[in-house]
Design a protein around this ligand. Sequence first.
Ligand code: CAP
Ligand code: MG
Length: 415
Amino acid sequence: MSEWYLDFVQIGYEPKENEMICIFRVEPDGISMEEAAGRVASESSVGTWTTLAKLPDRIKNLMAKVFEIDGDVVKIAYPLDLFEEGNIPQLLSSIAGNIFGMRALKNLRLEDVIFPEEYVRNFKGPQFGIEGIRKRLKIRDRPLTATVPKPKVGFDVDEYAEVAKEAWMGGIDLLKDDENLTSQNFIRFEKRIEKVMKVRDKVEAETGERKSYLVNITSECNEMLKRAKLVADYGNEYVMVDIITAGWSALQTVREECEDLKLAIHAHRAMHAAFTRNPKHGISLDVIVKLARLVGVDNMHVGTGVGKMVGKADEVRRLTDLCRNDWFHLKPVFPVSSGGLHPGLVPDIINLFGVDVIIQAGGGVHGHPKGTYAGAKALRQAIDATLQGISLEDYAESHKELKEALEKWGHLKPK
Ligand code: CAP
Ligand code: MG
């Protein structure tokens, strides 16, 4: 076995302040942990499978260094010159590329990346941040509410606009397209946004409350830019992007465009579980959330801890902290809690997140026995009760929509 990989192992090395640190979970396949760790460091920086006839000293300075091995956890320091400023695809091609396919490993998971300020400052980050969103929507001191019309796809434009009206009139702040609703032949994007924005204007006039539309522009990149411009023309505040299926390059391009268009970005993470949920192999959501905040999304799905999707409370708490903590110049991201939520789970969500959260309920609004309008009212009533420290049951005595929601779902934690 060539000794080459062990050249990338320097246990006890002190990373420089401006080096990037990756934390991996490594499961070797028939080789030592040191050898496996060295191969990860080599393949993700300058090396390949064998020693090379030439390795100029200058390039030696670009070698990644394994500096800590603790059980199956390996820490690797990367010289910053390995990475092009502001280029997420290139970053991932390095620290999350070939290494996942090496036969020398049974499993590999990228658990975390510690970005030095010198790298972070190449990114704009969120355009608005939590404060900026609250200011734009004139909503203070309470969670924002969102709903996705359900069935998730199938309505035509008129039906969809009707659901939007019912939801917004019932008190929902943000109407959200589902992740797989874009511009199907029965609900073309241009027609949908024209109709929904007319409804938005009417409902704002009637309720005096700000309403906004998380409109899904996910598509080929140039088409996304076209759709974003149309969204801005209608005076909407947001676009929504399925950031994993659309891809990091597209997200960076959309972020640039949204700076000029003054549009906030709602990030849906559909497909993340293809590589995040296996604890032995893949990439953690911690890394995904950090990348999304670097690029500059304003809202990010982080799970519920009690709903239908995987993701326990401690993970949700950790991801929420990554959205909202102090991170150099970057504004905080609004965490979105979604997936099997309904009024009966609102106390759990507010207990987990506090008020700086967007609570999305699709089925939990449109599945209300009395329909969307009542479902929206029930969600807002559950939030009001919780913020006043009143139990849902007590509050339901004088709020029939909440009572009806509790009769159907109680405090059910759906699968
Ligand atoms: C929720 C949802 C969201 C999930 C995504 C859905 O609908 O619209 O896409 O929350 O999962 O399609 O399932 P319900 P996550 O409110 O009806 O469950 O937020 O974990 O990324
Ligand atoms: Mg959805």
